[in-house]
Design a binder for this molecule. Structure first.
Ligand code: C2E
Ligand code: MG
Ligand code: MG
Length: 279
């Protein structure tokens, strides 16, 4: 009886593993065509200052497959990262963002905006990462001060000396550096001090539960105190409720990103949003 039951469980488990693997394979095959097919596009989510102005935008990658399905980055980015396809995709994201920034620079509503791009761990590890950034900047002719890179803690702490060196060069180039999803890794105070970081983005899982669960509130307080001591800007992501915004604003967060204010939008939709706020 025991072994029969176990065997059944094992069958279910291996069926599921097989199904997941085959889904990953399908995604990988699709990703291989997506770039050439023009299936990727970017949406931009505004970040607001304390006063309610749009201070910057985060470029977020979207994938529309030929059958019209939109696949979430949480589903395809890990596959792209594992297969190495992320390198070509990341190049496209950076290039496309800079092209969009260049277009926006000629519009009064957008000319002071900063746009942030998510940098994948594998992209950062490339030995020619800095060179590729320089090339994109030269090609697009944008002002590097209008560009921000969002990186994950683990991408920086995995190889600290390499990350430290690259971040210092990016800082010299005047590119803004943000630590994304902060609090989920284990970045230490000394780690933060060693790295040329301009801002920290508090992970949205903390914001999500902060008004329900004191543990998260206390964690956020700790992050804010640490960043203030180090003179690092604090961005709260995933702000969905007015109560969250009020508490985060009281604590001293500098910028706010979340569905309470705006979801990620196309450049055309942003035009409208900014026009409305500008009046
Ligand atoms: P992220 O960089 O932390 O981006 C923020 C994510 O939170 C976005 O999900 C955004 O749509 C979502 N979000 C914003 N406000 C709210 C809110 O109020 N509530 C909730 N529930 N969610 C909110 P998205 O666009 O699905 O992207 C997921 C992740 O995929 C990103 O997390 C980032 O890690 C990755 N990603 C997206 N675009 C790129 C890219 O171009 N390159 C790389 N390497 N990664 C990317
Ligand atoms: Mg991000
Ligand atoms: Mg984030």
């Amino acid at each position: 009886y025991y072994s029969k039951n176990n065997h059944r469980k094992w069958m279910i488990w291996s069926d599921r593993l097989r199904a997941e693997q085959s889904q990953r394979d399908t995604i990988e095959t699709g990703l291989r065509r997506a770039l050439d097919n023009g299936e990727f596009y970017l949406e931009y989510q505004p970040q607001y200052s304390r006063g309610g102005e749009v201070a910057s935008l985060e470029a977020l990658l979207r994938w529309r497959t030929p059958d019209g399905k939109i696949i979430a980055p949480a589903t395809f980015i890990p596959v792209a990262e594992n297969s190495g396809l992320i390198l070509n995709i990341s190049e496209w994201v950076l290039e496309q963002t800079c092209r969009q920034l260049k277009l926006w620079q000629s519009q009064p509503l957008f000319d002071a905006l900063r746009v942030s791009v998510n940098i994948s761990p594998r992209q950062l590890r490339r030995t020619d990462f800095i060179k590729s950034v320089e090339q994109v900047l030269t090609r697009s002719g944008i002002n590097p001060q209008q560009l921000s890179f969002e990186m994950l803690e683990t991408a920086l702490t995995d190889n600290m000396p390499d990350a430290q060196r690259k971040l210092n060069i990016l800082k010299e180039m005047k590119i803004n550096i943000a630590l994304d999803n902060f609090g989920t890794g284990m970045a230490s105070l000394t780690g933060l001090r060693k790295l040329a970081i301009d801002e920290v983005k508090i992970d949205r899982s903390f914001v999500f539960d902060m008004t329900e669960n004191d543990d998260f509130l206390i964690t956020i307080r700790g992050i804010v105190a640490m960043c203030q001591a180090l003179n690092i800007n604090i961005v709260a992501e995933g702000v969905e409720k007015p109560a969250q915004f009020a508490a985060l604003s009281d604590m001293g967060c500098h910028r706010f990103q979340g569905w309470l204010f705006s979801r990620a939008r196309s450049p055309e939709q942003l035009n409208e949003i900014l026009q409305r706020r500008g009046l």
